[in-house]
Design a protein around this ligand. Structure first.
Ligand SMILES: [Fe+2]
Length: 297
């Protein structure tokens, strides 16, 4: 990792601060995902539309819908106030970005944009009707895990990151370079929308696809408790435990029934808004200090 100079703010987008609120995953067998996320992640299911389920727990919620297996058509980010939302709308309109109808029932106001890979990114304010997580006697319901980041893969990383960074206003924390740092092709970029190291990231891959989403816990012991819980369900860890370079977080991943990767994390680093992006080498050690890595390209 190279030194990280402080820089003048490159982008004054009103997006900062925003947090990942929920994502939508689709499947041709959504009931299998509903059962999985209920048991594995402690999310209580509730039907909120035609073949659309809200899966909800403390500080974490996702939507599961009917559609193509593995599809993840929507990532939804929460802003802090109506003035911030108004300012973000004006910022995007000023850049000529088409604003689309809010595509989630969980927000009372907001809008969506379509990213270069065709995925919807929505921004808005939560509907108070969905504010309180339901009472839960699920075994994993008491385990801490805040939905914190979502990651995609793309065949055109430069185009995708330019859109999220320069148009929407996400701030780059780290870039991973194939070959010389800061001059070679970029293989992964981690973007933040508040001090947490990344709320969105993207990897270079042969095709555009979802990559994973992550629940942030409070400490390493929570990672242990989640792994012990998953063991009772005979769900094997797919990668990890390890420690990522970018983000410096402890982690492991599992696969859901459609092969989508789900991560639990602890100790994700925080960075000030004006910290310039840092550079990493495209190698296993960058993605996992402790050992083998999932190399997307
Ligand atoms: Fe992650």
């Amino acid at each position: 990792m190279t030194a990280a100079p402080v820089r003048a703010l490159a982008n004054q987008s009103p997006l900062w601060p925003a947090q990942l609120d929920h994502i939508q995953r689709n499947s041709d067998r959504p009931e299998a995902l509903v059962s999985f996320y209920r048991d594995a992640a402690g999310l209580v299911p509730r039907e909120v539309g035609a073949s659309l389920w809200l899966m909800e727990g403390a500080q974490r919620r996702i939507l599961i819908g009917a559609g193509s297996r593995g599809e993840q058509p929507l990532n939804v980010f929460r802003v802090q106030s109506k003035p911030q939302l108004t300012a973000l709308r004006a910022w995007l309109e000023g850049r000529g970005i088409p604003l689309l109808k809010l595509p989630t029932p969980l927000f009372s106001e907001g809008f969506a944009v379509r990213d270069p890979d065709g995925r919807l990114a929505a921004f808005g304010l939560p509907d108070p009707a969905f504010d309180a997580p339901p009472a839960s006697d699920l075994k994993a319901g008491r385990l801490p895990g805040r939905l914190q980041h979502v990651v995609v893969a793309t065949a055109d990383l430069t185009r995708l990151i330019r859109f999220y960074e320069q148009e929407l206003g996400f701030v780059a924390s780290d870039h991973v370079y194939d070959g010389d740092k800061e001059t070679g092709p970029v293989t992964a970029s981690f973007l933040r929308s508040d001090p947490e190291h990344h709320s969105f990231a993207a990897f270079r891959a042969p095709e555009a696809r979802p990559d994973h989403h992550c629940y942030e816990t409070n400490c390493w012991n929570d990672i242990r408790d989640w792994a012990d819980h998953l063991a009772t369900l005979d769900i094997k860890l797919w990668w990890g435990p390890g420690r990522h370079g970018p983000g410096n977080n402890l982690f492991f991943m599992i696969e859901d029934p459609d092969g989508h990767k789900v991560e639990w994390s602890a100790e994700l680093e925080t960075l000030p808004r004006d910290l310039a992006p840092r550079a990493w080498k495209h190698e296993e050690r960058t993605l996992n200090y402790w050992g083998q890595a999932w190399m997307r390209s």
